[in-house]
Design a protein around this ligand. Structure first.
Ligand SMILES: Cc1ncc(COP(=O)(O)O)c(C=O)c1O
Length: 456
């Protein structure tokens, strides 16, 4: 909280926020000494935990050596080294890395690249992007238009681009009222819907399809059914549509693999990233582009992508990324993520057995959705106006842990969840503490709720 007159344009101008003066490992500290276990890695960004010397020193060294060069005229060693490291981690023919300062710009860049790719190959009418409802791709106009987060879109509707959307595959709450078995026996309703939409628009107008491999903040770690992404890949091939996979939240080990697409054995044309690439230590994002698109740009666009930012490839951010990517490798962070994920899922299931308001627990690695429901048998959600996920997080913060609350995952309005995504370096003792705080917070919340809601 500010002393005296407040000059900050806060995310919520009616609120005050605790001031953090120190952060180390999985903990954040206020000046008073109050400690928070960071169970959301900030915004699912600080994958390696706070205060990692290797990253801090690499940033300081680069700032001293050459803090800024403009990538229209100069480059740095760290730019080439990080790009090689990322290309080695990325699937198949994704071999060229373009940098931005975060995820929104990354998706904006990917959609513009898809458009330029088509235009320069003589398909000038291909520009429409298809996204999915209940998806988040960022807050710039283009990325917001591609996303399907109704609450974030609403105030800006007249400004949004006329992009199209399909429902995302949320099998336990299927928008088509089908079961997975029904889809497996015939065809997948959400893939059919995508194909129908492509044909209605006309494939000659569709430039790209964008989706998160596992839906992060909006739905709370909803994993698509087996075969969904493979079939989407096939549709994109059939209709000459660029497949953009948004790994801003899922990438860099978050789901227990370098990139979440590895769980589904598909290769996108463009993979966007952010957050975990620098473990949140510096603003960094970007896209990894397939050889096919790069080759086309060389042949049809004179090698030029008509796009870029002052801070594309910023040396200090890239140095943070390089140190982070080496740290993932050297410390075998993925192995710890997989091991702790299994333990955390086990412990959360025990909470589900104990607390009636806990619904589905889902996700992969340390990207976990923890659903809150009024009636578990029927899956009845709480009324949105109650703000249950926010309230649970508020209580948890009072108790010393911070989560990532979300709402609207079912239809844009209904559906409450916590996203649980601690640093991938968390240990078992810290997970025990996380679960104990969540357990106690659920008990406190239930006491508040039982008098108001008919909880089953
Ligand atoms: C999947 C996804 N895409 C894009 C973004 C936007 O990234 P940024 O906030 O860095 O612009 C986010 C941010 O939460 C995200 O989760």
């Amino acid at each position: 909280m500010a002393q005296g007159k407040d000059y900050v344009f806060h995310r919520d101008l009616t609120k005050t926020y605790p001031i953090i003066t120190r952060a180390e490992g999985v903990y954040l500290y206020e000046e008073s000494g109050k400690r928070y276990l960071d169970a959301s890695s900030g915004a699912i960004a600080v994958n390696l935990g706070h205060g990692v010397d290797e990253i801090v020193y690499a940033m300081a060294k680069q700032a001293k050596d050459a803090a800024f060069v403009h990538t229209l005229r100069f480059e740095t060693h760290v730019l080439h080294e990080l790009s090689r490291e990322i290309a080695e981690l990325a699937p198949g023919s994704l071999n060229r890395v373009f940098y931005t300062t975060g995820g929104s710009e990354a998706n904006e860049s990917a959609m513009k690249l898809a458009r330029q790719y088509h235009r320069d190959r003589g398909n000038a009418e291909k520009w429409i992007v298809i996204g999915r409802w209940q998806a988040y791709h960022g807050n710039t106009i283009g990325s917001l238009s591609a996303g399907g987060d109704i609450k974030r879109r609403k105030p800006f509707t007249p400004m949004l681009l006329p992009y199209e959307h399909v429902p995302s595959p949320h099998c336990s709450r299927c928008p088509y009222g089908k079961t997975l078995q029904q889809c497996q026996a015939t065809s997948m309703a959400c893939v059919d819907a995508l194909e129908r939409l492509i044909l209605e628009i006309g494939p000659e107008f569709v430039s790209a399809f964008i989706c998160e491999p596992i839906v992060g903040s909006q739905q709370g770690a909803v994993v698509p059914p087996e075969g969904y992404l493979r079939q989407v890949r096939e549709l994109c091939n059939r209709y000459d549509i660029i497949l953009i996979i948004d790994e801003v939240m899922c990438g860099f080990g978050r789901t227990g693999k370098h990139f979440a697409v590895e769980h589904f054995a598909i290769e996108p044309d463009i993979l966007t990233f952010g957050k975990g690439v620098s473990s949140g230590y510096a603003p960094l994002g970007g896209m990894i582009v397939s050889d096919r698109i790069v080759q086309s740009l060389i042949e049809n666009s004179g090698g030029k992508f008509t796009h870029g930012y002052t801070y594309s490839g910023h040396p200090v951010s890239v140095a943070a990324g390089l140190a982070a990517v080496r740290y993932y490798k050297e410390k075998d962070v993925l192995a710890n993520c997989q091991q702790q994920s299994a333990y955390l899922f086990e412990q959360l299931e025990l909470l589900r057995a104990k607390h009636r308001i806990v619904g589905e627990i889902r996700g992969k690695g340390l990207l976990i959705g923890f659903e809150l429901v009024m009636d578990r048998e029927r899956g009845t959600p709480f009324p949105p106006k109650a703000g249950i996920a926010d309230r649970l997080n508020q209580i948890a913060m009072e108790q010393g842990a911070v989560f990532y609350p979300g709402s609207g995952g079912i239809d844009g309005e209904q559906g409450e969840h916590l996203l649980i995504g601690p640093p991938l370096t968390i240990n078992q003792g810290e997970i025990k503490e996380l679960v104990a705080i969540l357990d106690h917070s659920l008990t406190l919340l239930e006491t508040e709720l039982f008098s108001v809601y008919p909880i089953n």
